[in-house]
Design a protein around this ligand. Structure first.
Ligand SMILES: Nc1ncnc2c1ncn2[C@@H]1O[C@H](COP(=O)(O)OP(=O)(O)OP(=O)(O)O)[C@@H](O)[C@H]1O
Ligand SMILES: [Mg+2]
Length: 499
């Protein structure tokens, strides 16, 4: 018998049906992957199981018995735990308080902190996660916050664990820890629903694969009986002609030059230049200093020495405002932390930071504002029912496009993209790549920081590799290969390991 059965599940938002009579079944002791493009309805379906949303129709059964799940706590008591795609840590609280939120050990009516920290230590140790339970959530890296979220779900001893994009921001080493945890859970009979856009991960760990497309379940396969092409074809409902629609653009004059830029411990002695029409890739292992370097170029931090020249003139940005004035834009790695205000509308997110562009004589020109937002929504093909929809109701791909729209309004000449397609499905990725190509074709330039090798190689004209905070080499498009890049990535690592 199936552990979980969904039959005819329907769900609408604002009168638009996003799940159409979805059937889905899950067996104990298996990993069932759920795939689909951004906006296909994966998270919505999972939130129905986790008691976050109520379905408009259909039935849910556990062990063959029909159940109603009216709230997350009811889901928990039915043995369902969910790791949400959008992390929601309580930043001011400690790791331990977050893990046991709402079910803290109590002694004489008060939270027993000693016990709380002890239990959390034991849990993290068992899971092989080395994070201090007493540290505040806000002081953790996103990757660590994600590991804590995973620990929290596992600590509930659930029979069904839903993982919605659990690996979107963790490193390879942490992915291995997670996969071991998943294997343990499986062997204890726990069922896992696993959502990811990373096809290689899916093929590695899942027993069954279901694909959602436009709110319908288009099929369920045994993992061994489906290949990558079939998965993609079923996800997008069409053949993908090219995954990387790179357009050859004439390379123009130098627009940015960085000379011997150094900020000890973050990046050291970095020199490179960027030309109009160019997409310059930056590759390196996590911690190689790429994001730190970009932060300085954008004025978020200040280099100790070295120079940054824009169109031949040296610039010294006091802060990001100066960088924006000089027509730089920075699409950061973490949409949620830096890019977007999730509970606000699409419209406001697009215009928020740049409202002053719309203010004339102290009055916001709302008509102009509205038309610019509309223009961007159309140009970037952002899928929204209406611009007053809140950001957190959009799929990851569409959220990323809203971030882009926000920057496009400033008419930048250089955009720095840091992991622009993280957590975004193949279809939306291709659209973002297409937008990049159009942008450089207009004589602008892009710096593309990416950890996805196919993406860096598919889209860049040149790739600069950083290793251990240092420049380790540069490759032209015709020299690109995974081995060449990997060698450069480790160049300064071996020495530092020996020291
Ligand atoms: N709270 C909400 N309010 C309005 N619309 C919503 C809400 N949540 C989801 N939607 C809409 O429902 C559809 C399905 O979204 P969902 O988040 O389930 O997609 P997904 O498959 O999880 O996508 P992704 O891969 O980007 O996470 C989308 O069109 C989305 O905009
Ligand atoms: Mg989702």
């Amino acid at each position: 018998m199936n552990l979980l059965n969904l039959a005819n599940i329907k769900k609408s938002f604002y009168g638009v049906e996003v799940l159409h009579s979805v059937d889905f079944s899950l067996k104990a002791g298996t990993v069932h992957a759920l795939m689909g493009e951004n906006g296909a309805g994966k998270s919505t379906l999972m939130k129905i199981i986790a008691g976050v949303h109520k379905p408009d129709g259909g039935t849910i059964s556990i062990d063959g018995k029909q159940v109603e799940i009216n709230s997350p706590s009811e889901a928990r008591s039915l043995g369902i735990a969910m790791i949400h795609q959008e992390l929601t840590p309580v930043n001011e609280m400690t790791v331990a308080e977050n893990v046991f939120l709402g079910r803290e050990p109590v002694r004489m009516g008060l939270i027993d902190y000693k016990q709380l920290y002890k239990q959390t230590s034991e849990l993290l140790e068992k899971l092989n996660i080395s994070i201090d339970p007493k540290v505040k959530m806000k002081n953790l890296r996103v990757a660590d916050q994600q590991m804590i979220e995973i620990a929290k779900a596992i600590s509930q001893n659930a029979r069904i664990v839903i993982m919605d994009e659990p690996t979107s921001s963790i490193t390879d080493r942490e992915v291995e820890i997670l996969f071991k945890l998943i294997a343990d859970l499986k062997s204890k009979g726990t069922a896992i629903i696993y959502i990811s856009h990373k096809i290689d991960e899916i093929l590695r760990i899942s027993d069954e694969i279901s694909i959602l497309r436009d709110g319908s379940n288009v099929g369920t396969w045994k993992a061994g009986e489906i290949d990558i092409d079939t998965i993609i074809r079923n996800m997008v409902g069409r053949d993908l002609t090219a995954q990387f629609p790179k357009v050859k653009v004439p390379i123009g004059e130098k627009i940015l030059e960085v000379k011997n830029l150094t900020l000890k411990g973050q990046y050291e002695d970095i020199s490179f230049d960027l030309h109009k029409g160019e997409i310059l890739g930056f590759v390196g292992l996590v911690g190689s200093g790429r994001t730190e370097l970009m932060n300085s170029i954008f004025g978020l931090t200040h280099p100790e020495s070295g120079q940054i020249l824009l169109e031949g003139k040296e610039v010294k940005f006091k802060g990001p405002k100066d960088a924006i004035k000089s027509k730089l834009a920075y699409v950061t790695e973490d949409r949620k932390q830096e890019g977007l205000v999730l509970p606000m509308s699409v419209h406001h997110n697009v215009t928020l930071s740049f409202l002053k562009n719309f203010i004339r004589h102290g009055i916001i020109q709302s008509r102009k504002e509205a038309s610019i937002v509309k223009e961007q929504v159309k140009a970037l093909n952002i899928k929204v029912a209406n611009v007053s929809q809140t950001i957190n109701s959009l799929s990851g791909g569409n959220q990323q496009k809203v971030v882009l729209a926000k920057w496009m309004i400033t008419a930048p000449k250089i955009i720095i993209f840091d992991e622009p397609t993280r957590g975004i499905d193949v279809g939306a990725k291709v659209e973002i790549y297409r937008i990049m190509c159009e942008y450089v074709a207009q004589g602008n330039a892009i710096i593309l920081v990416s950890s996805e090798m196919p993406e860096a190689m598919g889209m860049s004209d040149r790739i600069i590799v950083l290793s251990n905070h240092k420049y380790s080499g540069e490759l032209k498009r015709e020299e690109f290969s995974e081995e060449a890049i990997a060698q450069l990535q480790f160049k300064h690592m071996v020495k530092s390991l020996k020291n």
